[in-house]
Design a protein around this ligand. Structure first.
Ligand code: BGC
Length: 448
């Protein structure tokens, strides 16, 4: 059976990680601009000031996408480029930039998939309390309305938020991402609630202005993989996957997805006590019909059943393969993630990100040979294909990333791209994996 005929093969990026040009054409300051300026926050004190200089090289980048044979490109819009202070005047030059990108994509038969928020918040909103402010869902609603009106004639596929677990969890609870805060549950749980409310309002706005659009929401899949295919271990993996322990709710799938899809929070009084008073009313806004559920899947953890009907985490053996970011290689995550999530949420899956950092170098022959990335992708995609063979409804796969880029707090030290970036002269060099992925796309995965 394999991948459906209209399977969407894509690659993904995010604005702050690739655009650069942070002070150009009226763009406002973002939370990440400010965070990068705090010494020691980012490895080597790297910043996104220039990033991949995509802002000035958009023609070249779309040419490369066309050479790769991409069917779709997932990118994010920088809110501070569209509304520099977050809520005030619209910056036409920001709109012009994305218009140019969208038009180039369409001329090359590449479908734009637009992420409305991939972590770069206008700094002026940070100063107003960011997602702690009860007005924040309405700031996002207006921003989405501007996007819908400007781009909705040509863009039909939208993701409201990318990985709320990360920008709230890593940014506001653990503090290693912008804005670098370590707030209490008392503050973070209402923030998470406001983000989901913003998602609901944005979904309604998109449907109002673009009746033929498709809308989804992307979380990071904290995938659980059963140690074997026995019934008990599969049940245990499901329990672990959709559990929401009080000390891990920030990374859970259910805290962030159940309200959006089922209109209710997991029943955990220790956490629910911090929700705003009117939270049940808001759930009607939060829970909007969606077209797909996006998951960013890089790895998973092994789970087995315990004698008392619970589950336990089985560590990988010593020496188990890891990536350059020290993440365990666990290809089966791309089987169990979509399978268990579609089973629970009854929505088609989009793999919105998957890929790996590897220690890539330009060799003496001028090429970038990255056999480990090819091996990683081959293994993961075979698992995705197995899920498709089993009848799991999978719409799309977006490789992370199209090009090497600013890996947030890890600066430029980790390379996830199919295209190598020289950060001194911005030369682009397609890696071996670029040509390998091109074949995957051409054959709809038959060469795996
Ligand atoms: C994020 C990307 C990030 C990637 C690799 C995802 O969590 O959406 O922005 O670069 O993972 O860490």
């Amino acid at each position: 059976m394999g991948f459906r005929k209209d399977f969407v093969w894509g690659a993904a990026t995010a604005a702050y990680q690739i655009e650069g040009a942070v002070n150009e054409d009226g763009r406002g300051l973002s939370n990440w601009d400010m965070f990068c300026r705090e010494p020691g926050r980012i490895l080597n004190n790297d910043t996104g000031d220039f990033a991949c200089d995509h802002y000035h090289r958009v023609e070249e980048d779309v040419r490369l996408m066309a050479e790769l044979g991409l069917k779709a490109y997932r990118f994010s819009v920088a809110w501070p480029r569209i509304i520099p202070d977050g809520t005030g005047e619209v910056n036409q030059k920001g709109i012009d930039f994305y218009n140019k990108l969208i038009d180039l994509l369409l001329q090359n038969n590449i479908e734009p998939y637009m992420t409305i928020f991939h972590w770069d918040l206008p700094y002026a909103l940070e100063e107003k309390g960011a997602w702690r402010n009860p007005e924040s869902p309405y700031w996002f609603e207006r921003y989405t309305e501007i996007i819908a009106k400007a781009f909705g004639d040509r863009v039909k596929n939208f993701v409201t938020f990318n990985e709320p677990q990360c920008f709230i969890g890593s940014g506001c609870f653990f503090g290693f991402h912008a804005p670098g805060r370590t707030l209490s549950h008392h503050e973070v749980i209402p923030m998470a609630h406001n983000v989901m409310k913003a998602h609901g309002l944005a979904t309604m706005v998109l449907r109002k202005y673009i009746p033929d659009c498709k809308v989804g929401y992307v979380t990071c899949g904290d995938v659980s993989i059963p140690v074997d295919n026995s019934k008990e271990n599969i049940e245990a993996a499901k329990k672990a996957y959709f559990d929401c322990p009080v000390d891990r709710w920030v990374w859970s799938t259910t805290w962030w997805t159940d309200p959006v899809i089922f209109g209710k929070y997991p029943d955990i009084p220790e956490l629910k006590q911090y929700l705003p008073k009117n939270y049940e009313e808001d759930l009607k806004i939060i829970c909007q019909p969606l077209d797909f559920l996006g998951q960013n899947i890089y790895n998973g953890k092994l789970i087995k059943a315990t004698a008392d009907g619970g589950y336990e985490h089985v560590p990988y053996e010593p020496g188990h393969p890891t990536t350059a970011s020290n993440w365990f290689v666990s290809p089966e995550a791309l089987y169990w993630g979509p399978k268990l999530c579609t089973e629970r949420y009854k929505l088609p899956t989009m793999i919105a990100e998957n890929g790996t950092a590897m220690t890539d170098v330009v060799s003496l022959d001028g090429k970038v040979h990255d056999p480990s990335r090819i091996d990683y992708l081959n293994r993961y995609l075979l698992n995705l294909k197995k899920a498709a063979d089993d009848g799991v409804d999978i719409l799309a796969y977006f490789h992370w990333s199209l090009m090497d880029n600013l890996e947030w707090s890890n600066g430029y030290s980790q390379r996830f791209g199919l295209i190598y970036i020289d950060y001194v002269n911005f030369k682009r060099t397609p890696k071996d994996s670029f040509y390998w992925y091109k074949k995957v796309i051409e054959t709809n995965g038959e060469n795996l």
